[in-house]
Design a protein around this ligand. Structure first.
Ligand code: COI
Length: 364
């Protein structure tokens, strides 16, 4: 393994565009990829540590056809041999122009835990956070104006070395690219309509449901497409063993609220430990709600006052209806809802409008 760096590396002190904002119609941003100027990249051999990475112009990367990520990444999704992890985090522009990251060290730690599970090398927390900052600064003009969205950052950890037999890849690549985004769902900030999926499982016990690996995402596409064709926003999974307890939506965690009690599935191995999820739990507890992390029975959806989703991409999103078998349940959303209270608080902290008393915000 030579872990060669790409040939198009930018000089250590590149002069970035000093344009304040890229030429973007910020009001029509959704969650589609909008290529930005630079990406961060570094490689290392198996068993070694990542060296200092560098910025390169955003563009395609060269991969061996036998790269671990291509051969075992999306195929063996129930084995822990797939070689692709990703994270998602966002940079926000404050009213005074400052740029903020939200709990980036949590993404770094989650990538390290995932890498350990998948037998991959991973960057240190400091390197991860520094790489995020470099990527944001290099793409500063793509961070939307306040109130118009955020710069989504996608750190990737890939087994890029060639393999044929099932084995750890001899080389790993850590890469971060960025894209300005706003609402994840086409519903915008309107309530979601979910469908409880019973014909496909998202994760199995002792599998990798709790790891942010690419192999958790390809398998959910079929169910998601079927549901979207029927007019639903997305699907809500049940546990694969008993088909009785709530798991996750394809791209986010789920919460239900009844009175002053909020419940969310416990992270028991099949549930992704979302950073928005854990932040919402902390905020809700501070706001006087009783928050329970436990098995949430699907039948509790009947009695719930509110249901909402959390995730980096999704934010805190209200659920208006859930269809389970032949029953369509409706939930409170909008003004006066718990979802809106939590959403306002977390996005206020993320964008610097509400004082950060927990040390969650990192200035770029
Ligand atoms: C995120 O919320 O950042 C994710 O990685 C989920 C992805 C499906 C967009």
């Amino acid at each position: 393994c030579f872990a060669s760096q790409p040939s198009s590396l930018v000089s250590p002190n590149p002069s970035y565009s000093d344009e304040e904002h890229a030429d973007v119609d910020w009001d029509s941003l959704g969650f589609g990829l909008m290529p930005t100027d630079y990406m961060y990249i570094t490689k290392c051999c198996e068993g070694q540590s990542f060296g200092q990475g560098q910025l390169t112009r955003y563009g395609n990367i060269e991969l061996s056809p036998s790269a671990g990520v291509l051969n075992y990444g999306q195929v063996c999704f129930k084995l822990f041999t797939s070689k692709g992890l990703f994270e998602g985090t966002k940079a926000y522009r404050k009213d005074n122009g400052g740029l903020l990251l939200f709990r980036p060290e949590q993404n770094a730690i989650r990538m390290q835990i995932g890498a350990e599970r998948m037998c991959m090398a991973s960057p240190s927390v400091d390197q991860f956070v520094d790489a995020l900052k470099q990527t944001v600064l290099a793409n500063k003009r793509w961070v939307p104006p306040p109130g118009k969205g955020s710069l989504y950052l996608r750190p990737l950890l890939l087994g890029t070395g060639p393999v044929l037999g099932l084995a750890p890849a001899p080389e790993y690549t850590f890469l971060i690219f960025a894209s300005p985004v706003r609402n994840y769902f086409k519903e915008g900030s309107s309530p979601l309509n979910l469908y409880v999926e019973e014909n496909f499982d998202r994760a199995s016990r002792l599998g990798t449901g709790n790891v942010k690996t690419i192999s958790n995402y390809a398998p959910v596409l079929r169910a998601q497409m079927n549901a979207k064709r029927r007019g639903f926003s997305d699907v809500l999974y049940l546990d694969s063993a008993a088909k009785k307890y709530l798991e996750e939506v394809s791209s986010c965690n789920i919460f239900i609220a009844k009175g002053k009690c909020i419940s969310t599935p416990a992270t028991n191995g099949t549930i992704l430990s979302g950073i928005t999820r854990k932040s919402v739990i902390e905020i809700a507890t501070d706001h006087g709600y009783k928050v329970e992390e436990r098995g949430v029975d699907v039948d509790e959806l009947i009695e719930a006052d509110e249901v909402f989703c959390t995730g980096t991409a999704v934010g805190v999103a209200p659920v208006g209806t859930i269809t389970y078998r032949d029953t369509r349940m409706e939930y409170k959303t909008g003004s006066g809802s718990i979802c809106q209270e939590l959403q306002n608080t977390i996005s206020g902290i993320q964008t610097g409008i509400i004082e950060d008393k927990r040390g969650w915000i990192v200035e770029v």
